[in-house]
Design a protein around this ligand. Structure first.
Ligand code: 4NP
Length: 157
């Protein structure tokens, strides 16, 4: 089954664009036809490119996210995506609140929890220094690797 994954954070300019780029790269490597997009719980940066630091660190790690543009999550996304990965618990509350059915709410998962990592939330690098973006990239890279393995098992034909 080809699945559609949506990555969510607050501004959709730092964490979720990096998560989208990393997951897309892994999906391409594995020759899967799955789709990945990202969105924010806010529309503060709608239409903007990812943060310059997120673009630079991703590029340095071989992932080009410069074509992405920020957009806000809408309830219509619940019908469009099989899995909605949120970066932190505040995102989780905001998105689950918009779910109309229990089934929609269950599609919302904390990425790090699903990937069985030691942390629950991806810390927001936005207010910190550039080196925080490398730590975010490394965390997301490990989480996406583990999440993809689990998704492949879960959605195997
Ligand atoms: P993100 O980071 O949720 O990882 O994209 C942020 C980006 C922008 C803001 C906050 C967090 N902001 O306050 O504008």
């Amino acid at each position: 089954m080809d699945i559609k994954i949506l990555m969510i954070c607050l501004g959709n300019i730092c964490r979720s664009p990096m998560a989208e780029g990393i997951m897309k790269a892994k999906i391409k490597e594995q020759k899967l036809k799955w789709q990945v997009d990202s969105a924010g719980t806010s529309s503060w940066h709608a239409g903007d490119k990812p943060d310059k630091r997120a673009i630079a660190i991703s590029k340095a790690n071989g992932v080009d996210i410069s074509d992405q543009r920020s957009r806000a999550f809408t309830p219509a996304d619940f019908s469009e995506y099989n899995v909605i990965f949120v970066m932190d618990e505040s995102n989780q509350r905001d998105i689950v609140e918009m779910a109309l059915t229990e089934r929609q709410g269950k599609r919302v998962k904390l990425l790090l929890e699903y990937a069985e990592m030691d942390m629950k939330s991806v810390p927001d690098p936005f207010y910190g220094e550039e080196k925080g973006f490398q730590a975010t990239f490394d965390l997301l890279n490990e989480a996406c690797e583990k999440a993809l393995l689990k998704l492949k098992a879960e959605y195997a034909d």
